[in-house]
Design a protein around this ligand. Sequence first.
Ligand SMILES: C[S@@+](CC[C@H](N)C(=O)[O-])C[C@H]1O[C@@H](n2cnc3c(N)ncnc32)[C@H](O)[C@@H]1O
Length: 197
Amino acid sequence: MTQVIKSIQNRDQDVLMAIRELYLYGEKFELDPCYSSGKFYEGIEPPNITMDKEPANYKIIKNDIMDGIPCKDSSITSIVFDPPFMFGTHGQTKNNIMTKRFTMFDSWEQLEQMYKKALSEFYRILVKGGIVAFKCQDYTDSRTTLTHCFVHNWAIENGFKIEDLFIMVFSGVRIWNSNLTQRHARKYHSYWIVLRK
Ligand SMILES: C[S@@+](CC[C@H](N)C(=O)[O-])C[C@H]1O[C@@H](n2cnc3c(N)ncnc32)[C@H](O)[C@@H]1O
């Protein structure tokens, strides 16, 4: 029997492969504008076009999404998007390992501007019917922000149709400060929202 594709996965690679199978006829993604070190693609083919604001090597195109994406209108079939998700540089966040590696936004307003700019650029460069796989995570600092709900709404405002939602449950261990009193659930999951132009 063919294996069913579930909405919950434990690895980003498995989510990407599921999206490829369901929405891209098994083909690889075409563009990743926040490629970083390409950890996602260990064991699977990377996209044809890779970009980052701070490229890790010469093969990655240096580009800041806030300046637009250097692709023609209606020229791209599929996009993987994994932007930073943390915001507000204060308290323990300054020392967080993931913060150093992936950078974070100074404020929620900065995150909102970047996500909205990215969504409008994606809409411009995608062919009709093109797909975005948008990874987002909710964020708890002193309070919780359900970022994925905002992404959902901003995507619709930009004209996208919501095709699907995957939840990636992190099964490993994360370091935490045992001296702090826990006030909110520790986040062990992220979302992958699938959008269609
Ligand atoms: C969460 S990491 C991506 C990790 C990647 N998926 C991987 O597998 O290695 C986010 C990346 O977005 C990049 N980035 C942040 N702001 C950006 C912007 N305005 N334009 C382009 N890239 C940006 C950062 O440099 C960082 O490499």
